[in-house]
Unconditional design. Sequence first.
Length: 111
Amino acid sequence: MSKYTDDEIRNMPKITLKIAGEYLGISPMAVGIGMRNNLLPIGFAVHNEERDRGWSESWSYQIVPERMIAYKYGRISEIHVQNIEKNLNTIIEQFESMKKDLLFILSENEE
């Protein structure tokens, strides 16, 4: 049985690798490696290159509670996550295009 309930996970302000590991029943190291290699679709791993010291790497992790809960119960896969992210990218691109068009129209009206 998990150390944390789903509601406790949802209400946490920050989920650490340790908490995620305890919730999923794997080691914190496995969580980090899985996220860094895009094998564990529960959030985002960001490499902070400017904080590298040459012999060690610095990573930040943002674990999304609902993604982790869905993953635990087998309701999310990497393919599903990729489709969500692709759709979000399309929406962002369309928004950027509309914003450029609006700026162009506004600049034309000022002349």
